[in-house]
Design a protein around this ligand. Structure first.
Ligand code: NAD
Ligand code: DAU
Length: 339
């Protein structure tokens, strides 16, 4: 099997490559990544020189470059992780989200059509469903929940999903789509809630909690997400959407307190700051379909996953300290300076 993984130098894509190397060492993997601020080649150091692995620095917006790689490689499966992924950045600058997340996805699917790729898997998000109210804990996102987006990020992801399903119906392109809840684990860029709070706690910096901190997310350990994608792309039905989530809802403020407790830091570091514009209240996935059809269940309990994650950030300070220097400093000042 010749597998193309786009966005493989980012958080979930890199974890997926490690998962595939371990579970399916017989498969060849090509990782295509533009190495934006969120992509880090050093993350892939352990696989870069392995036989059966190739890294290509290419932008999915570059149609000619994408087509030429497909011409050369003859892929069996394409998994698209490449995206602008941070909601706050999409509020600052929506344009690049439309270019990468929508037009980039279309370039990949056009190349899949031309070169007869056997499966295009689009890695999407639960954010396409919008949000749920806090006072209705009985409600969950199913695959039938209407698309109802809130941010430029989620709108761009929803557009890409719909385009993928349209390519299935119109052109018979064998696509599948997965919509997963919030991931956490090693190699997550420290602009996202959990790694940001770990990094700030370790530096005794204030922990900026948006609004009241009551917003709820449904957390899943990244390896569980990787396993679900692997199952869907190999055994899932084409033209189908699969929700992925582990029934692990938690309020932001509780996550922040858990991190402080694990690190032995005081809750006085918590600072409530101006809320995110259009901030989604609650995400909660119903994963019944992927369980029923593919037998998938999450395997990592949050209490274990968060401890493993904190341990990883403690043991790999060089990885994230390099990232939080440089361009990220300016981003941090801009986003949090006046909040
Ligand atoms: P990330 O920001 O950590 O990584 C994105 C990767 O894509 C980076 O390596 C980046 O260099 C690359 N990339 C960006 N623009 C590109 C372009 N134009 N061409 C080629 N490569 C480009 O993101 P992540 O958190 O790993 O998310 C991966 C995917 O999973 C995204 O599609 C995201 O929407 C989806 N997702 C994320 C989560 C989550 O909790 N992080 C949950 C559900 C779905
Ligand atoms: O649900 C899946 C989505 O999860 C993915 O599609 C996105 O790519 C991913 O970034 C993530 O989106 P969120 O917006 O939920 O994640 P983030 O880590 O940015 O924020 C999680 C929650 O924490 C959210 O309610 C906002 C809040 N928050 C975040 C940051 C960065 C804070 O209170 N303070 C912060 O500094």
């Amino acid at each position: 099997m010749n597998l193309l993984v786009t966005g493989g130098a980012g958080f979930i894509g890199s974890n997926f490559i490690f998962y595939e190397r371990e579970q399916h060492p017989e498969d060849r993997i090509v990782c295509l990544d533009a190495l934006t601020y969120a992509g880090n080649l050093s993350t892939l150091a352990s696989v870069l020189d392995q036989p059966g692995f190739r890294f290509v620095k290419t932008d999915i917006r570059d149609r000619a470059a994408v087509f030429s790689l497909f011409e050369e490689e003859k892929f069996d499966i394409v998994v698209n992780f490449a995206a602008e992924s941070h909601v706050d950045r999409s509020i600052e600058n929506p344009g690049i989200f439309l270019e990468t997340n929508i037009l980039g996805t279309a370039n990949l699917m056009d190349a899949c059509r031309k070169y007869g790729v056997g499966r295009f898997h689009q890695v999407s998000t639960d954010e396409v469903y919008g949000d749920l109210p806090l006072d209705r804990p009985d409600l969950f996102f199913t695959e039938e929940t209407p698309i109802h987006t809130s941010s430029p990020y989620s709108s761009s992801k929803a557009a890409a999903d719909l385009l993928a399903l349209a390519y299935y119906r119109t052109f018979d392109l064998p696509v599948s789509v997965s919509r997963c809840s919030n991931n956490y684990g090693p190699y997550q860029f420290p602009e996202k809630l959990i790694p940001l709070m770990i990094a700030n706690s370790l530096a005794d910096k204030s922990l900026p909690v948006y609004g009241t901190g009551e917003n709820v997310r449904d957390w899943l350990y990244v390896e569980d997400h990787c396993k679900a994608i692997d199952l869907i792309m190999r055994e899932g039905r084409v033209g189908e959407v699969y929700n992925i989530g582990g029934h692990n809802e938690m309020a932001n403020i509780d996550i922040v307190k858990i991190i402080l407790k694990e690190l032995g830091k005081p809750e006085s570091l918590i600072t409530f700051v101006t809320d995110r514009k259009g901030h989604d209240m609650r995400y909660a996935i119903d994963p019944a379909k992927i369980h029923r059809e593919l037998g998938w269940l999450p395997e990592t309990m949050f209490a274990d996953g968060i401890r493993k994650t904190i341990r990883w950030y403690l043991d790999n300070q060089e990885w994230w300290k390099t990232i939080v220097s440089g361009e990220y400093q300016q981003y941090y000042e801009k986003m949090y300076g006046n909040r």
